[in-house]
Design a protein around this ligand. Structure first.
Ligand code: TXA
Ligand code: MG
Length: 313
């Protein structure tokens, strides 16, 4: 069934919040593009979101917040990051920051990184939804992976209507271009994606202390970033069974002792548990054998992550 497009009212807001609490997917308007939102703390909901978008990789997602206090529970703000947020929020600027020790945004949404992208959107419907939900919502653009970002509720419906639960209408997006992304993880700040906030006004505010990745403005894919989560343990992929001294990470029915991403062979469940189980095994073992994961649906993204985790330079 195709998701309904509804206008914001007390009733539809409550409906949207109920859907989010149950781990469902709600498209919400922002001033840049429509976002596909889910509860940022719920790994299963996040896995469903990746599946709906058909993402070949688990790109880290932006946590949308509705107050500076909410952002500070997730991320550490240096003085310059805090000043930048005060200047440009609410608005189409995303800040990449170090996480706090206890972020509520789950590992899967952060792609296992110890950094987090946060943004306080200016659109009143997005603000109302986050506020009513009471915690961060992750929201990539609400299009199928590889398609054009949606700037009207109808775009979302035609692209993802079958995969999601509700579409909140906020009219056409004012900006129509994604947020500008800047990282404050190291100094000086680094522009990761040019977007709706003009790079020059950001550079002016930072008094020129803004680096760009390269002159063409090309953005490195996040999967290529060094900071990506890599376990200390050695991973052996596509294993039939654990060898002596190896921990076991299974998928599907398995008689081996260890952890299992999904005994039922459910790829969404497996995606939601991947980072947590890798971390848990990594803390206790030096070598981990991982059973084969089918390369269909979310399996492609799971295998991509596992291959990166297995590869050491
Ligand atoms: O305007 C926008 O930003 C829209 C609306 C819905 O808010 N959202 C959006 O999300 O464009 P998405 O998922 O399409 O793009 C998020 C970008 C990705 O390129 C991702 O790599 C980057 O943010 N990102 C997220 N977390 C990151 C992190 N910890 N470090 C570096 N890049 C990060
Ligand atoms: Mg996008």
């Amino acid at each position: 069934m195709t998701a309904k497009i509804v206008n914001l009212s007390e009733e539809t807001l409550q409906l949207a919040v109920d859907i989010l609490r149950k781990g469902g997917l709600v498209a919400m308007p922002t001033e840049t593009v429509y976002g596909l939102a889910c509860d940022a703390s719920n790994a299963e909901a996040v896995a469903k979101l990746y599946a709906a978008k058909g993402r070949p990789q688990f790109n880290p997602l932006i946590a949308h917040i509705s107050s500076p206090e909410m952002a500070k529970r997730e991320a550490l703000f240096s003085p310059v990051a805090g000043a930048t947020a005060s200047q440009f929020w609410p608005g189409p600027l995303t800040l990449v920051l170090q996480t706090t020790d206890t972020p509520t945004v789950c590992d899967l949404a952060r792609s296992g990184l110890d950094t987090i992208a946060v943004r306080h959107p200016a659109h009143p419907v997005a603000q109302a939804l986050i506020e009513a939900f009471g915690g961060p919502l992750v929201a990539p653009s609400a299009n199928r992976s590889g398609h054009i970002s949606p700037t009207r509720a109808e775009h979302v419906q035609s692209d993802l209507g079958e995969e999601i639960d509700l579409i909140l209408d906020g009219g056409p997006c004012e900006r129509g271009l994604e947020s500008t992304i800047v990282s404050f993880v190291s100094e000086p700040a680094l522009l990761l994606r040019a977007g709706s906030i003009e790079t020059q006004s950001l550079a002016n505010f930072l008094e020129g202390k803004l680096h760009r990745r390269d002159e063409s403005g090309a953005i490195n894919a996040p999967g290529q970033m060094k900071s990506h989560y890599a376990p200390n343990a050695t991973l052996r992929l596509n294993a039939d069974a654990p060898a002596e001294g190896e921990a076991w990470l299974g998928f599907g029915p398995s008689e081996h002792a260890g952890l299992n991403l999904s005994p039922d062979g459910d790829l969404i469940e497996a995606a939601s548990k991947l980072f947590a189980m890798l971390r848990a095994l990594d803390q206790r073992f030096d070598r981990i054998a991982v059973s084969p994961i089918p390369n269909t649906g979310l399996g492609e993204a799971i295998n991509d992550r596992l291959e990166r985790a297995a590869h050491r330079d």
